[in-house]
Design a protein around this ligand. Structure first.
Ligand SMILES: [Zn+2]
Ligand SMILES: [Zn+2]
Length: 269
């Protein structure tokens, strides 16, 4: 089984009912918003991180990165290599705002960072194959396609509805609000639940996770789900902080679908 854990699932806000963007999947950390480093320590997952995939450079996706890298270094008993994927500009931001160079030279015997800025194609990390695709936000934003045991998981980061030529079994999509707030959703470079569902349909997904949800919709998950259901017939989940899902390999997923069995398991940490 492959564990998907949502660490932060909200929009940046003052009420902090949901944490900022961050998702852990089988050794890969996707985005690194405020609060994710402490959650990874509490869940005892720091040692498991092999690579960090940053979708874009807005602060709600990168705020915890320096803290996290220092936690990784302090936790390792020998030199650990971390692959860090990002659109161009991350190294400058790290240096400017976090004194990263100073920190990393101090920790250089414990951590080696392989920073890859720009789009990537079929990059192997452990048993995963990762490619990045350009999405549609205010700044350069990459969606990441992760292939594992034949199955494919796609995470959009922040994006307006866009079309890319991929297939994916599992989709994690920006879903700030419903169509009733289409104006503000578009203006801020995000998607509605309907946009997310259309994307999931286009890529032939079986499971859709809605994330990056505005706090206004916390008590109204049904509205998001109902809107998504109008376009997408697969399983739909609202991502919540610390919700955990077991993802299946391609063959397990298809055999479950053929036999009418449950295709995904959810629990809360
Ligand atoms: Zn953003
Ligand atoms: Zn964001």
């Amino acid at each position: 089984m492959h564990e998907l854990i949502f660490l932060g699932t909200g929009c940046p806000n003052d009420s902090r009912q949901r944490g900022e963007a961050s998702i852990f999947f089988d050794g890969l950390l996707m985005d690194c918003g405020d609060g994710c480093a402490d959650k990874l320590i509490n869940l005892n997952l720091i040692d498991n991180i092999q690579a960090i995939l940053i979708t874009h450079l807005h602060s709600d996706h990168i705020k915890d990165i320096a803290k996290l890298l220092s936690f990784i270094a302090l936790n390792s008993t020998e030199l650990k290599t971390i692959n860090l994927f990002s659109p161009p500009g991350l190294s400058k931001i790290l240096d400017k705002y976090t004194n990263m160079s100073e920190l990393l030279s101090y920790l250089s015997e414990k951590i080696s960072i392989e920073l890859h800025e720009g789009l990537i194609e079929n990059k192997c990390i452990g048993d995963k194959i990762i490619s990045a695709y350009e999405m549609n936000h205010h700044v350069e934003d990459y969606g990441y396609l992760i292939e594992f045991e034949g199955a494919k998981l796609f995470y959009t980061g922040d994006t307006r509805k866009c079309t890319i030529q991929i297939k994916a079994d599992y989709v994690i999509h920006d879903s700030m609000a419903t169509e009733s707030e289409k104006g503000i959703v578009d203006d801020t470079g995000h998607s509605t639940a309907g946009d997310a569902a259309l994307f999931a349909k286009e890529v032939d997904a079986k499971v859709l996770f809605l994330t990056h949800i505005n706090d206004d919709w916390i008590s109204n998950n049904d509205a998001l789900i109902n809107e998504a259901k109008m376009h997408f017939k697969g399983k739909i989940y609202i991502a919540e902080d610390l919700a955990r899902f077991s993802l299946k390999s391609k063959s397990e997923l298809h055999s479950s679908l053929r036999n009418g069995k449950e295709i995904i398991k959810k629990d809360k940490i």
